[in-house]
Design a binder for this molecule. Structure first.
Ligand code: SAM
Length: 280
């Protein structure tokens, strides 16, 4: 009889799935990294027991974090990713031919090392010469860098431990300083179904509004993430993600995606009333 893993979304609810084999477990300086083999989702990565990546549905989150911002900006050349150690977001950014520099600042080198072994389809993109992998704290990097970027994507774990500061105003202010005058910041913003996370979603939205002229939230249906309904927030210094020009750029590019497309881009910004209430 195979064992089952429960990914707790709150003390009273979890997503449980059958496990056929544990392929890897190691504690890094920052977190426990596990790779499990499962009949339902293929190989999955857990960080401190929380589901991060699955072979079966990783495309949803990574396409929805990368493409909306990269099509909202008319010429995204320099892109920064904070977190993203599995390289799923990085591999989607490289689908945009105008990108000529991609820097990824991931706290935990072991996450990328383990992903190279178990998710090579995602990490293959790291070999591209325009990619620069930096292993360190994204908060410190943004505070200290003199580099400038067109798009910054925050692909972090939940707002606890070393990721907590990635959901705070001082960090967003540093992102704004590092962005070019028409830059865009986009971040994963948790699930509005999880009560404890609702204040975080509202505070992030409030803080982004205090720094950026255009702030919008959008959603994606991610069956393996908390409560299957995930939010992202995009903060832009110049371009509106819901402009008609974005529609043209998406259709013109004709990217081969498994979740994202032009109509979905626009419909993802239409949110349920209870979520709208969380946003300013
Ligand atoms: N897709 C996942 C999700 O939505 O939960 C996140 C993917 S990725 C594995 C998250 C990464 O954020 C982890 O590898 C973690 O090490 C990294 N991380 C957490 N805090 C960080 C920080 N302060 N600076 C840079 N990376 C950080």
């Amino acid at each position: 009889m195979n064992r089952w893993h429960s990914d707790y979304h709150s003390p009273h609810r979890a997503l449980s799935f059958e496990v056929t084999r544990s392929l890897y477990t190691e504690k890094s300086e920052y977190q426990e990294i596990e790779i499990l083999e499962t009949p339902e989702f293929g190989k999955v990565m857990l960080l401190d027991g929380v589901l991060m990546v699955t072979e079966k549905d990783e495309f949803v989150y990574h396409e929805m974090l990368a493409h909306p911002a990269l099509f909202t900006h008319p010429k995204p050349a320099r892109v920064l990713i904070i977190g993203g150690g599995d390289c799923g977001t990085l591999s989607r950014v490289l689908m945009h031919k105008g990108v000529d520099k991609l820097v990824q600042v991931e706290l935990d080198e072991m996450v990328t090392r383990v992903s190279r072994e178990y998710f090579p389809a995602l990490t293959a993109a790291c070999e591209d010469p325009l990619v620069e992998l930096i292993f360190g704290d994204g908060i410190k990097y943004l505070r200290e860098t003199q580099a400038k970027f067109d798009v910054i994507l925050i692909d972090s774990t939940d707002p606890v431990g070393p990721a907590e500061g990635l959901f705070r105003r001082p960090f967003f202010a540093d992102c704004k300083r590092v962005l070019n005058d028409d830059g865009i910041l986009c971040l994963q913003s948790e699930s509005p179904w999880i009560e404890d996370l609702r204040p975080v979603i509202s505070e992030v939205n409030r803080d982004l509004h205090s720094l950026f002229p255009i702030v919008r939230a959008y959603s994606a249906a991610i069956q393996t993430y908390q409560a299957g309904f995930w939010l992202f927030q995009i903060a832009s210094l110049a371009y509106d993600p819901c402009d008609q020009a974005v529609y043209e750029r998406i259709t013109e590019a004709g990217l081969k995606c498994s979740y994202y497309h032009a109509n979905l881009h626009f419909s993802s910004f239409v949110l349920p009333a209870f979520v709208e209430k969380l946003l300013n």
